[in-house]
Design a protein around this ligand. Structure first.
Ligand SMILES: [Zn+2]
Length: 75
């Protein structure tokens, strides 16, 4: 029974991981001073800060470490 549960958990783990908040830790800075946070899963820039989920991949986002995010220049 324990083995079966482990198997089932492995199958669900990917879907489950989208619901576990992932910290946003990077900001892309574009020419003109436009800065966009980056989704930690799909690496695509997010339209708004502090949105609960990524628009593209649906990853649940955590903003707890956002003040420590690294800035990546895209000039
Ligand atoms: Zn995403």
């Amino acid at each position: 029974m324990k083995k079966l549960l482990t198997k089932m958990r492995a199958g669900f783990s990917l879907a489950e991981s989208y619901r576990q908040p992932m910290p946003v830790v990077a900001i892309h800075l574009f020419q003109g001073g436009y800065a966009y946070p980056v989704c930690p899963r799909c690496k695509i820039t997010l339209d708004r800060e502090y949105q609960a989920y990524c628009d593209r991949c649906g990853q649940c986002l955590s903003w707890d470490d956002f003040d420590k995010a690294i800035v990546i220049f895209r000039l």
